[in-house]
Write a protein that binds this ligand. Structure first.
Ligand SMILES: [Zn+2]
Ligand SMILES: [Zn+2]
Length: 261
């Protein structure tokens, strides 16, 4: 078993990704209640007792909601940036233990090597994660207003990608959100659109890219069919034939994915 992952939930109501390599398993974000995270892990046949840690990308509620209870109940250490720690709401309560991480400073977590990298998003010190195990690489990169050079570099040689396809620009601009909120989402510190996501994918494409999960879809400003359509007309069919695509959902987990070197 090389590197395994499963998007348990994705979207503005809650995010959590299961990542495992060797004998180490962890969660990126815990944006559902601890109970719901447990339920989703168990329903996917994954053992919550096997978790070693929770890594937080940033302090927005849809990424942290269950982290307090989960950390205390399971004794799980939480890895997060100083900015994220300081911005956590007090009502989350104590965390079992805290490990500070920094963009650009890689660390070992059991059998996994983790490379956090800065994201452009309206949070205190948001990061994406590149995981490495046994020659396999997976990047988790959502809540990202613009795909910076750093993001592109980090995503370039990955075998698996979880990337943000937050909104369809036309649907957002013609939709019910207030003008300031539309502006925020479109800004460099907001969220990636379907088109921007596809541009990023075109840029980081390589022969050994195996799986792409389109994630953090807005329920109001996007639709899986719109994502599918954008992939269809932005990515050349032949060039992308070897890549499996999934669209992550809010209310149920995406399939368990396995990467090989
Ligand atoms: Zn989010
Ligand atoms: Zn966010």
């Amino acid at each position: 078993m090389a590197l395994v992952f499963q998007v348990l939930a994705s979207g503005s109501k809650g995010n959590a990704v299961y990542v495992a390599g060797g004998s180490t398993a962890l969660l990126v974000d815990a944006g559902l209640s601890a109970k719901e995270i447990m339920r989703r892990l168990e329903s996917a046949g994954l053992d919550p007792k096997g978790l070693s840690a929770v890594l937080l990308s940033h302090e927005h509620n849809d990424h942290i909601r269950g982290v307090g209870v989960l950390s205390r109940r399971r004794g799980l250490p939480v890895y997060l940036t100083q900015g994220c720690l300081e911005a956590l709401p007090p009502q989350l309560g104590e965390l079992a233990s805290v490990h500070l991480i920094q963009s650009g400073r890689s660390f070992r977590l059991g059998d996994l090597t983790v490379h956090p990298f800065s994201l452009s998003h309206d949070a205190a010190d948001p990061v994406g994660f590149l995981f490495e195990h046994d020659g396999c690489r997976l990047a988790v990169c959502t809540d990202c207003g613009t795909a910076t050079q750093l993001v592109r570099t980090r995503l370039r040689h990955c075998h698996g990608l979880i990337v943000e396809a937050n909104h369809d620009v036309e649907r957002l601009m013609n939709g019910p959100y207030t003008w300031p909120l539309k502006q925020r989402i479109r800004s460099r510190h907001g969220h990636l659109s379907n088109d921007e996501c596809c541009d990023l994918l075109r840029d980081v494409h390589h022969e050994n890219l195996q799986i792409v999960v389109m994630a953090h879809l807005s329920e109001i400003n996007n639709h899986p069919q719109l994502v599918q359509d954008t992939l269809g007309y932005r990515l050349e069919r032949d060039r992308w034939a070897h890549v499996r695509f999934f669209i992550a959902a809010q209310d149920h987990p995406a399939p368990l994915c396995e990467l090989s070197p």
